[in-house]
Design a binder for this molecule. Sequence first.
Ligand code: BGC
Length: 343
Amino acid sequence: MSITKKTVGKVDNKDAILYTLSNNSGLTAEIYNYGGIIKSLKINGRDVVLGRDNFEDYLNNDGYLGAAVGRVANRINRSCFILNGREYKVTPTNDVCTLHGGARGFNAYIWDAEISDGSEPALILRHVSPDGDEGFPGKLEVKMTYTLTASNSLKIDYDAVCDSDTMFNPTNHSYFNLDGHNSGTIYTQTLRLNCDFYTPNNNDLIPTGEVLKVEGTPFDYTTAAVIGDKIHNAHPQAEVAGGGIDHNFAIRGYGFRKACELVSSDKSITMETYTDMPGLQVYTANMLDTGCYKEGAAYGKHTAICFETQFFPNSTEHSHFIAPVMKKDEPFHSSTEYKFTVK
Ligand code: BGC
């Protein structure tokens, strides 16, 4: 195992550093202290996440490739919520909502970094989001720990504490393609979701508050299915999503448990996602722009899939969803693990 670092630029007068973590069983991750962005994730040399070549390319990281997202991932309808009887307005990112934390979220800050090089190499990132940041109440102190475990997982632990009640819903926005980041669409990869229900969206991709069965819909991956066999359909919810999946699913069970499994086309790599969060936003990169990407790769629609573990999106509005309410001075902890098995 090893950790190396390279200074790649400056933001807010702080050094931007790219860390390379490797374990002893074939997993290597490149992670920036800027936005906790995972630039590459190689399993036996195959890079299974989409990314960009240069640090500067991440300063306008459309699509949030590999980035940590917060304070509140996903959409907050009308950019406001009520907490303890008071209405809070957060920075809108379009006419209807706030996406991924506001105008400048976790993804666009340099985090203080510390490394722990042992049998399980880890990068520990810390960030303080001041009271009122993007409209969210309370001074929030966040720690994210990225660990390459001995059992070939990339594990992300989120720890936080806030000096007042607030809303908190962090996630990571990696785009996975198990055939390799530059191998085209994910149509021949196999997906299983341990999810019996999903939350449909309105025309602005904001959950309406309904929770519906996946059974009988193209969103039913309770039995493993080849993505290309299901993704092309005329379901109104798929059309709203721009063709494909851009939905939150309710993960079966409670506590730290398996949410889903993705298998590469040649069946050589399996990735299981485990989390203690209630929801899983599955996004098949329906709106991913063609642009400036790693190694000249041609990314675009359906060339990757994101598994964003989180509280249900827009739970700030729908109090019958599990709330992302974080209580003053009460420590928050959550873990998500992407576990790789190679044949
Ligand atoms: C959302 C998509 C959005 C993407 C990039 C995902 O979490 O569900 O609708 O396009 O992030 O911002």
